[in-house]
Design a protein around this ligand. Structure first.
Ligand SMILES: [Zn+2]
Length: 270
């Protein structure tokens, strides 16, 4: 019997954005933007480094945007043919993505899009809930108009990205909201921890959430900010906890890789 956790439903009615953050996966935001919005190269044979970067970005983007599902196998030979490069170069790129935990290499079996288990998902979102509760408590001690203004500006950017349908920006800004909360504390260890955690949850959202209903409301971020502004600790903690639970409950672990993924279609030039 297929495994499914939580209830599959659309919780939010208004503006919706995907709650994942490329920036969280160990990159800077600038780098994140570059990866998300990198123009596709019609003729990528312009030099080894840029070609490698281009292939890396296109595979990473396909994972981020949910085009590569959990468990999809990425055969070196097939990718080499699709990108018109040697297997060695593809292997190098796949290893780089595996080192970043965006792909999984299983000895003698090949390279796969990770398939996090129910337990992986539960523990990661539980970590998010517990971690952000601590962050909110600390944040209320230092909260001032400057921080609130930064949060308001971030919410405005999130809304604008959602309204113009800019998925890449929405993805980046969505996770960046939580980083903005933690970064206000000026504790590099806490910031680093959240980046690591977000890179894990981002991947789960990318490979498991259905493309259309996979969305997380900017309204929920807005509600957290409103509770912070009101200095209502109890409400802020509850809203944050519910926020991560909503995201977790929408993950549909039933969605696995198709038997024959259309890799040519997935990596086709647009
Ligand atoms: Zn969020």
């Amino acid at each position: 019997m297929p495994v499914q956790i939580g209830v599959h439903k659309n919780v939010h009615k208004n503006i919706k954005i995907v709650h994942i953050c490329w920036a969280a996966s160990g990159m800077t935001e600038d780098r994140a933007g570059t990866v998300s919005t990198r123009p596709r190269m019609k003729n990528p044979l312009k030099g080894d480094a840029s070609l490698d970067e281009s292939i890396y970005a296109r595979i990473a983007e396909a994972i981020l945007h949910g085009r590569l599902k959990a468990g999809t196998k990425l055969p070196e030979q097939r990718l080499a043919a699709l990108f018109g490069v040697s297997r060695e170069r593809i292997r190098k790129t796949l290893h780089r993505l595996a080192a970043e935990r965006r792909l999984e290499i299983i000895p003698n079996r090949g390279c796969f899009v990770p398939r996090p288990t129910v337990e992986d998902v539960r523990t990661v979102y539980e970590a998010h809930r517990v971690f952000e509760a601590g962050i909110i408590e600390q944040l209320l001690r230092v909260l001032d108009e400057r921080i609130l203004a930064a949060l308001d500006a971030h919410l405005a950017a999130e809304r604008a990205a959602a309204e113009r349908g800019d998925r890449a920006a929405s993805v980046r800004l969505s996770g960046a909201f939580h980083l903005l909360l933690v970064d206000q504390l000026g504790n590099a260890e806490l910031s680093r921890f959240l980046r690591e955690l977000l890179s894990r949850s981002s991947l789960m959202v990318s490979v498991y959430e259905p493309a259309q209903s996979s969305l997380c409301a900017v309204d929920e971020h807005g509600a957290i900010v409103a509770a912070l502004r009101a200095r209502d600790l109890e409400a802020a903690l509850r809203l944050s906890r519910e926020h991560f639970s909503h995201i977790e409950s929408r993950l549909n672990l039933e969605r696995g890789a198709p038997d024959e993924p259309d890799l040519a279609g997935i990596f086709a030039e647009e």
